[in-house]
Design a binder for this molecule. Structure first.
Ligand code: 48H
Length: 262
């Protein structure tokens, strides 16, 4: 039997649209497939919730791949090591001290693999350009192809509904920025605005990442580096435990909410 190019095309088109349609209504929509977003996706999907992740780039993993200054190894502390072990990443203790290294590529791949295996869906090449609101609550996301934005074409987006949105866009805080600009959204920060991240202080920053992981506006939870940027906390450099722990924390907080609603 010869291969039929039209059948290949039909298979892709039908399957993709089936997948996208299925996720137009979801429990949790996560914006950004970096370490915090992927960990949140894995934990929530494992609990049985319907989870979609939207990633602007072609590849998942966000800032993991580059390790520290393109040396593709990352460091985690004891608590972070627990989570890496859980997803099957090989870790190496450094000089008998409580610093653990892992291969950045292995971390990115296994995080995504675990999220997918648990049932989360990842949509790459799609960017979140806006949110959907009802009164003072975010109820969904507004999506467009990354290529549309890059080309500067005027193409209207599509929307999806989610019970909760996770802002996991890292340093950029892309979701909160648009909410600030278009809704004048008053966030649960000291100023009501995205405060912006501070310079490097790893020890404090790693704790604050987890402490600031919370609902920052009705329907929107912030995680990872976006939590530091939102609340004006320090940056931590290439130690990734806080990102993973924050992803785990945001999943716990949202799971508690969703369970109450059942
Ligand atoms: C869809 C989008 C959009 C959009 C952006 O930057 P990330 O890796 O985020 P975190 O918070 O999980 O991890 C942060 C970590 O990588 C890091 O930068 C650290 C630890 N820095 C410390 C320091 O001192 O510098 O991933 C965010 C993802 C990226 O893949 C973006 O492409 C994606 O979000 N993204 N996706 N729609 N509008 N904006």
């Amino acid at each position: 039997m010869g291969l039929d190019e039209l059948k290949i095309s039909r298979a892709i088109i039908e399957r993709f649209f089936h997948k996208l349609t299925e996720y137009l209504e979801t429990d949790v929509a996560i914006v950004g497939a970096g370490p915090s977003g992927l960990m949140a996706a894995y934990k929530l999907a494992k609990e049985g919730f319907k989870v979609a992740v939207f990633e602007r780039r072609m590849s998942i993993g966000g800032g993991i791949w580059g390790g520290g200054m393109m040396f593709n190894e990352i460091v985690v502390q004891e608590e972070g090591a627990r989570l890496l072990k859980e997803i099957g990443v090989k870790i190496h203790q450094w000089n008998g001290q409580p610093y653990y290294t892992a291969d950045a590529v292995e971390v990115a791949c296994l995080l995504a693999a675990k999220a997918l295996e648990a049932g989360a869906k990842i949509f790459n090449l799609i960017m979140v350009e806006d949110v959907m609101v009802r009164e003072e609550r975010v109820v969904g996301l507004v999506l467009n192809w990354t290529a549309t934005e890059m080309s500067g074409l005027h193409v209207d987006p599509l929307a999806l509904r989610a019970k909760y949105v996770v802002e996991a866009t890292g340093h950029e805080t892309a979701v909160l920025n648009v909410m600030q600009k278009k809704l004048g959204a008053k966030l649960k920060t000291e100023t009501g605005l995205v405060i912006g991240e501070k310079s490097m202080w790893a020890e404090v920053a790693e704790t604050l990442t987890v402490n600031y992981t919370q609902e920052v506006y009705p329907g929107v939870f912030v995680t990872g580096m976006a939590a530091n940027a939102t609340f004006g906390a320090y940056r931590m450099g290439p130690i990734f435990g806080g990102m993973l722990l924050s992803g785990e924390r945001v999943a716990q907080l949202i799971a508690e909410r969703l369970k109450k609603e059942i």
